[in-house]
Design a protein around this ligand. Structure first.
Ligand code: ATP
Ligand code: MG
Ligand code: MG
Length: 559
């Protein structure tokens, strides 16, 4: 596997091994199963698996499923599929919920040590008592409850005696700590809810900040890599590992989140797009989810190369989505067969070509990769070209087809426009041309030159196909920043949903070469002059082919 970018986390691990602080490496990827994975998660996956791989370590896939209300086994299934598809094989599959009993026992231990107490304040009161950045917090009146009373109340919480929100268990740390996370954080809450894994066994659930360090320590994770929003939680993480007397001491290390332009990267927001019908599911090809990127036609190789190129640093930057496009073009250049497809068809009749005759022409499958061989394509009196490749009254420097002009048909002949046929409304419905048999492709004809080369598909054998062209789903380059600004200024009522691009999907009905009739879901092609396309796995049927535009051919992006 490739490990090319410089990476401060690697340096930490290297030093830990060299100094003997650690004699093994275990990392983990810990998604909460409350949605589908997105490209930001891919970054975390690549970092964790690559590092373990480099140091002969292990990577766990652990579902951080401590919040029954938002989690579902549909997501567990999808996440496993996405991690595998990205090319990674976990060394152990774990569920945080399998540790609920151990976590409960550690909470009891904290109570017995006088380090945790049951609080009856309401969530609002707890927030109020917590203080602010500039103001210390206030002790809850329940902070001084005896150990015995706390043990009794916590057990009764577990037994279901109290309603949601009536009581919580809090760590007893320091209400005047400059770090608000240390001001007696809530570590258990009551939630009478059915859990996807443990069913109705529990009605109290550990909070993330308490559960996560325990999960890491239980699994003997050495380096617990997360994103920088958890930096302020690190002292609490260490406090919990220590006070719960865990034998293993994982180290939390933070790196900057990946954000890409014109996309939101939070499962909550992505779920909103799905639930409110802006897209056709989590795997809609416009979504920045792994399943969406897969359905669009991005490859695991391209995604891995992209996230590695974005590097590992403390700062979270906005990365241009064109950089991802660059990597998918690089990956498909050698792999994807070339073919011709007409997105917006215009019929061309070649009046001097014998009626009823069809000849087969040879065309290379991939000029960049000659080993892929050649294909046969039919040619006859009737073909389709793109509507935009013909103009009745062209501007200067238009080198495609117009009355009196001659162009080259890729892999075939020169044709010259002689006449046009219009319907009652004056629209051009057919173009009549003549061809010159001398100019056959591959014949070495040098008699005269033409400036335009068009793609085409023979009309009688053409296979109908649907082309789905995409633009960014969100119009604003930084939709999440926009939202933060909006909430700071109540006057501006803009959310990322207002940024949904009404033209993000356009569907066209055209034609492809007859040899395409047996393509399979997820097959990828480069359509000459258009770009790379993927056979859509959701909408393609035996009767109707659907191609998703992955990326167009041109890019201004340079690495
Ligand atoms: P979201 O807000 O999208 O739900 P999350 O951080 O809550 O993201 P988790 O399921 O907890 O999602 O994420 C699993 C792992 O992936 C965590 O370690 C998290 O830090 C990491 N991760 C999530 N989003 C990104 C991102 N944009 N860039 C890098 N890593 C990320
Ligand atoms: Mg999370
Ligand atoms: Mg989240």
């Amino acid at each position: 596997m490739e490990h090319n970018s410089s990476n401060f986390i690697r340096n930490i691990i290297k030093e830990d091994i060299e100094t003997g602080k650690r004699n093994h490496v275990i990392t983990r990827f810990p998604p909460e199963p409350n949605g589908y994975l997105h490209i930001g998660h891919a970054k975390s996956i690549v970092i964790n698996f690559d590092l373990a791989d480099e140091f002969n370590g292990k990577t766990h896939l652990r579902f951080d499923d401590t919040n029954p209300l938002k989690e579902d086994s549909e997501y567990v299934h999808a996440i496993k599929e996405d991690v595998k598809w990205l090319g990674y094989d976990w060394d152990g599959l774990f569920f945080a919920s399998d540790y609920f009993q151990q976590m409960y026992e550690r909470a009891v231990l904290l109570i017995k040590k006088g380090k945790a107490y049951v609080d009856d304040l309401s969530p609002d009161e707890i927030r109020e008592y917590r203080g602010t950045l500039t103001e210390p917090g206030k002790d809850s009146p329940y902070r001084t409850r005896s150990i015995e009373e706390n043990l009794d109340l916590f057990e009764r919480m577990r037994e279901g005696e109290f309603e949601n929100g009536k009581k919580v268990l809090r760590a007893k740390i320091d209400m005047s700590s400059p770090n608000i996370n240390m001001r007696d954080p809530v570590i258990y809450r009551i939630s009478h809810a059915t859990h996807h894994n443990t069913g109705d066994d529990w009605c109290i659930y550990p909070m993330y900040a308490f559960a996560h360090p325990l999960e890491d320590a239980i699994e003997d994770v050495t380096h617990s890599i997360c994103t920088t929003e958890f930096e302020d939680q690190r002292p609490l993480y260490n406090w919990i590992v220590e006070e719960c007397e865990m034998t293993s001491t994982p180290q939390q290390i933070e790196f900057g989140r990946l954000n890409i332009t014109n996309a939101v990267m939070s499962k909550r927001k992505l779920k909103q797009l799905v639930d409110e019908g802006f897209v056709d599911g989590w795997d809609d090809p416009r979504m920045p989810t792994i399943s969406g990127l897969r359905r669009r036609g991005y490859t695991p190789e391209a995604i891995r190369a992209f996230v590695r190129e974005t590097g590992v640093s403390k700062g979270s930057g906005m990365v241009d989505s064109q950089m991802l496009d660059y990597f998918v073009r690089e990956d498909l250049k050698m792999k994807a067969p070339r073919t011709m497809g007409i997105v917006r068809p215009l019929k061309v009749v070649i009046t001097n070509y014998p009626e009823g005759q069809v000849e087969m022409l040879e065309a290379e499958i991939n000029p960049e990769n000659p080993e892929m061989g050649t294909r046969q394509i039919p040619f006859s009196r009737e073909i389709y070209i793109e509507q935009e490749d013909f103009m009745e009254n062209p501007p200067k420097k238009y080198f495609r087809l117009f009355p009196g002009n001659e162009v080259r048909l890729k892999h075939a002949y020169f044709i010259k426009c002689e006449d046009i046929i219009k319907d009652e409304d004056g629209n051009v419905v057919e173009v009549h041309c003549t061809y010159d048999p001398e100019t056959k492709s591959g014949s070495g004809f040098t008699g005269r030159k033409v400036k335009g080369t068009l793609h085409w598909v023979e009309a009688t054998q053409a296979v109908p196909a649907q082309f789905r062209l995409y633009e960014p789903l969100l119009l604003n380059e930084e939709p999440e920043t926009l939202e933060e600004e909006a909430s700071a200024d109540e006057q501006v009522e803009r959310t990322f949903l207002d940024q949904v691009n009404p033209h993000s999907l356009q569907i066209f009905h055209g034609f492809v070469e007859p040899n395409m009739k047996d393509v399979k879901e997820q097959d990828k092609f480069q359509f000459f002059r258009h770009g790379y396309f993927n056979v859509d796995p959701k909408h393609t049927t035996k009767e109707s082919l659907v191609f998703n535009l992955i990326v167009s051919l041109k890019s201004s992006f340079k690495l």
